[in-house]
Design a protein around this ligand. Sequence first.
Ligand SMILES: C[S@@+](CC[C@H](N)C(=O)[O-])C[C@H]1O[C@@H](n2cnc3c(N)ncnc32)[C@H](O)[C@@H]1O
Length: 244
Amino acid sequence: MTRKIWRWCRRIWQALRGTAPPAAPPVEANEDGSMTLVRFLDESGQFNYDQYRAVQVEGNLRKLDRVWALEPNLKFAAERIRRWAGEPLVFGLCHGTRRGLEQRWLAQSLGCQVLGTDISESATQFENSIQWDFHQAKPEWLGSVDFIYSNSWDHSFDPETCMQVWLSCLRPGGVCVLEHSSEHEPISVRALDPFKVTLPVLTERLEAWGRGQWTLREVVETPSRVAGATSQHLIVLQRTGIES
Ligand SMILES: C[S@@+](CC[C@H](N)C(=O)[O-])C[C@H]1O[C@@H](n2cnc3c(N)ncnc32)[C@H](O)[C@@H]1O
């Protein structure tokens, strides 16, 4: 509360002196429409985590009966994980899993432990799921996870930091598989999935954000598509450290 009052005093003082910084736009966007990122800002222009979290939890509970992931695509993701990460596969993470079917399908295909995260309290209702914000890593995950899968990366409020956190959890040679479809593209701006991006711009960003810590190994079409999608791909990133 005291910090909030202090920020307001500072802004009033800056405004009076004519030095107030311009307000950040509520949506960051590429001019050509290839990327949009909704910011969650409070009235003083600071990131409002509570607002972000509330939007995500509301969306999760409203759509709790739905599953976006498709089993054939998870079986295919398992093949790509085996191809790139090699053996042994002991532990994997799936981020933003709602009903947790992706961790079940990957665990069945790969014969290892797979844990799902979801920001919503509903996570505790589902098998091998924990309530957890995927922008953070548990200390025991750092450098030790064999693979990560997610189709929910577009729910990140800060995708660059998010990718750095995920990749920091992988062991050297471990892989991160992101599923991208035409539904992840910027058709409409929505707070529920704040980061919308075309496939070419996403892959370009992922390569730039890696800064030598990971390599983009492949972008492959999925065997199945969600209803209405005109394209759907898996993007495979590999943590550097070993050459395969
Ligand atoms: C589009 S749904 C996809 C659910 C699931 N992957 C599927 O295929 O059915 C996105 C999920 O990500 C979760 N989510 C959003 N932001 C998150 C965050 N920061 N950390 C963890 N989970 C998050 C939401 O609660 C929601 O369940």
